[in-house]
Design a protein around this ligand. Structure first.
Ligand code: C2E
Ligand code: MG
Ligand code: MG
Ligand code: MG
Length: 284
């Protein structure tokens, strides 16, 4: 009996497991070629001050144009790359690309912050900070122009090791934000000790605004007490933007304001946002 169900189970599970292993291998082997053969590119999603309607920065988001699979979403391959030693190469590529993009647009204001998503597993490579320092010096851009986003989940997994590294990045002049805040069970006692500038409220709360309002209020109150800045992610509806502004959330990001765009469009959006501060103009 047991043997038979065991065999059935094996028959049932193996193809699926095989498929997942295959998928991992394809991605882990493919990412190297993706880097060298220019299959990767970045899009940038603007972040706005909800009160003044100015663009304050933009988040770099990775895209992979896979030769067979087409455009791959970062959520489908970054977690797999993070489990391999390729994450170092990938992060170096992203840092270099962000700096190249910055360098390509000398008119883009130095007041704009570019944020880079970074996995906490990679923070422990001191040469990454060195690479960023060197490249920024080379293109004559201040460290203050770069901001790191680390997801709450990845941060809390490995806090004791990460804390001294975060301090080093912070002391070098980079801002640090906690991404997807509210989903990762932060220890409040730790939060006070982290050298962070702000938190990004996870878009799941903004999505489900009516039910999540108490949570958003709690995060805003916490941030005020701790003197942290707050960005709301995933704003899609004018009512959400309005309510968040009234609740005292300063910054926002989302399809309503702007989706991710080519780097070359940022200056245009920045200039447009600057010029359309009048409250009668509903479009940011
Ligand atoms: P994230 O850092 O929380 O990035 C925000 C994600 O929400 C992006 O998806 C963005 O396109 C999407 N988004 C923005 N506004 C809206 C909206 O109004 N509605 C909805 N439904 N979605 C919105 P994307 O580009 O697919 O990235 C997904 C995740 O992949 C990111 O989440 C981040 O964790 C990771 N990721 C992206 N680029 C990188 C990278 O360069 N390095 C690392 N380590 N992770 C990255
Ligand atoms: Mg992010
Ligand atoms: Mg996020
Ligand atoms: Mg995310």
């Amino acid at each position: 009996e047991a043997k038979r169900s065991g065999r059935n189970r094996a028959r049932f599970f193996l193809p699926e497991m095989h498929h997942q292993v295959q998928e991992r291998v394809t991605i882990q082997q493919g990412i190297g070629a993706a880097i060298t053969e220019n299959q990767l590119f970045l899009e940038y999603q603007p972040i706005f001050d909800l009160n003044t309607r100015t663009m304050i920065g933009a988040e770099a988001l990775l895209r992979w144009k896979h030769p067979e699979k087409g455009k791959l979403e970062p959520d489908t391959f970054i977690p797999i790359v993070e489990e391999s030693d390729q994450i170092g190469n990938l992060t170096r590529w992203i840092i270099q690309q962000v700096c190249d993009d910055l360098h390509s647009q000398p008119v883009l204001s130095k007041a704009l912050k570019l944020t880079i998503n970074i996995s906490s597993v990679i923070l422990n490579q001191p040469e990454l900070a060195q690479q960023l320092n060197n490249t920024l010096r080379h293109i004559r851009r201040p460290h203050q122009q770069i901001c790191l986003e680390i997801t709450e989940t990845s941060l809390m997994k490995n806090l004791d090791n990460t804390l001294p590294l975060l301090k080093q990045w912070k002391e070098a002049g980079y801002s640090i934000w906690i991404d997807d805040f509210g989903t990762g069970y932060s220890s409040l006692s730790y939060l006070a000790r982290l050298p962070i500038d702000g938190v990004k409220i996870d878009r799941s709360f903004i999505n489900d605004f009516e039910n999540s309002k108490p949570v958003i209020e709690a995060i805003l109150a916490l941030a005020e007490t701790m003197q942290l800045l707050v960005v709301s992610e995933g704003i899609e509806e004018p009512t959400q933007q309005q309510a968040l502004t009234e609740m005292g959330c300063t910054f926002g990001q989302g399809y309503l304001l702007s989706g991710p765009v080519d780097f070359s469009r940022l200056n245009e959006i920045f200039t447009h946002a600057e010029n359309s501060k009048s409250p009668s103009n509903n479009k940011i």
